[in-house]
Each structure stands twice: as C-alpha cells, then as structure tokens.
Design a protein around this ligand. Structure first.
Ligand code: ZN
Length: 251
C-alpha cells in the first residue's frame, strides 16, 4: 500500500524551512556537539540546510542519496545510500543524522545503524520526530485510493527504541525533546475519521502520490463525523514536542 515518497525533486528542497524551524534546531544541534569534535559526517543531509551552517565551525561531509539535494551543499559531499557509505571504519569523530532514519524501510534501517556504528570514531548524534503517530498524517490519493505518509515517514521512534538500536558498542549520554508541541490524534478517533468519514490529513504542501503520481490533493472538506472527531480530539488528544535528540558515545 505505502510506496516510498521520492525526494529527488527540486521543489522540495527549495521551499524548506519556511518557518525558521531549522534555525532553531541547528542551535540545539550545536549544543549537543561535544567539545573536541573536528570531523563530522552528516548522513541524509538533504539540501545541507544544517550542514552548511555547521561547515563554518567543523570539518563536515554531507551524504545523501539525492544529487539534486546535494547540489545545495557547499562543502564536501558524497552521493550515497545510508546503508553502504564508501568511507573507512571510524573515519569521522561524529556521525550526525537529522530526520532521516524515519524515512527508512526496516531492512535499510538495520543496515544504516550498523553503518553509523562502523563509521563513528566517538559519537553518534541523532534527531528524529518524537514518538510520531504516523497515521495522523496519512493522506489518501483520490485517484488511486493509495493511503500514504506525505513526507515518506515509515518509522516512529521513542528514546527507548533508539537506545535499543544503538546500544552495544555505544551508550546514550544525552537526550531531550524540543520544538513546538504537536497534538496527536487519538487512534480510535482517527480510525473513525478515516474509515467512517473518509477524511484524511489535509496536506498543506505539494504532494505526489508514490503510486500513480497524481499531484492534485484538494482541501479535505469536513463532514459531520469528521468534525465530531476533530472536536473530541481537541479535548482528549495529548501533545508532544516535535523533535527527539539522542547523543551516543562509543563505550
Ligand atoms: Zn494515487
């Protein structure tokens, strides 16, 4: 049902960070980078919006699968998949990855974690969406009925499952949740809204259906059931900070 959303499109990378959120996030990233770090590899760096800022202070290399995204990265760069990076073992002081792991299918995620552990000499710094309830953001293509996450998220992380992934050779030394608090949709209410009312996430930005390439996603008009669900959820839906940060150190 869910095919991977393609990121090799210029319109994605040219309209990034409209709300200044990356600037806020980069300030937190800088606080997390330990003293004595010189070389950083930024894996899944996208258009380098963070990489280019860190490049002023660190010897940083950006890695991404998309040549279009990498064309915006000013410093050193490598076109590569995250699960097989053409660099030596322990060749960077720190592996950094910002909002990339949530895009990976299970088997690619497992291999990517092994690559992070192989490449990092001392530290691994991860940021991912905090405990994302993926179904909250599912959209439905009205042309082919495909239901998918508009930003291509396939994984949801809590601190516990991040720790499980990186434990062994590495230990968690710092973590935190930051950013705007986002209200989560109660799963039962969401299921009623999706299945009974046939109302889905109202996507604000440009989306292309990964199945049929339809790019017309008109505003989702509410009906009585969906409005009742939204109203009830406003009363009972819990809120969570958007970003989860975790810094791991080699034991
Ligand atoms: Zn479609």
């Amino acid at each position: 049902m869910k095919k991977i959303v393609s990121f090799d499109r210029p319109e994605i990378w040219e309209n990034y960070d409209t709300e200044n959120s990356i600037t806020r996030k980069t300030a937190i990233v800088k606080e997390y980078i330990p003293d004595g770090i010189n070389t950083i590899i930024d894996i899944g760096c996208g258009n380098g919006i963070i990489t280019n800022i860190l490049n002023e202070e660190y010897n940083i290399t950006g890695v991404d699968l998309s040549p279009i995204a990498l064309s915006y990265v000013k410093g050193k760069k490598i076109v590569s998949s995250s699960d097989s990076i053409p660099v030596e073992d322990k060749s960077f002081d720190m592996v950094f990855s910002s909002e990339m792991l949530e895009h990976l299918p299970d088997e690619v995620l497992s291999k990517t974690v092994l690559e992070f552990k192989r490449v990092a000499r001392k530290y691994i710094l991860i940021t991912v969406p905090n405990h994302e309830h993926l179904a909250t953001t599912y959209v439905k293509c009205r042309k082919c009925s495909n239901v998918f996450h508009p930003y291509g998220h396939l994984q949801s992380f809590t601190l516990t499952n991040l720790e499980d992934l990186f434990s062994g050779e590495f230990e968690l030394i710092k973590s935190g949740k930051y950013g705007n608090k986002k209200r989560y949709y109660n799963p039962l209410l969401l299921s009623i809204k999706n299945k009974m009312a046939d109302r889905w996430f109202d996507v604000q930005s440009s989306v292309v259906c990964p199945n049929c390439h339809n790019d017309h996603f008109p505003k989702e008009k509410g009906n009585l059931i969906s409005k009742a669900c939204n109203l009830t959820n406003r009363l009972i839906g819990t809120k969570r900070e958007y970003w989860l940060f975790a810094l791991f150190k080699r034991k």
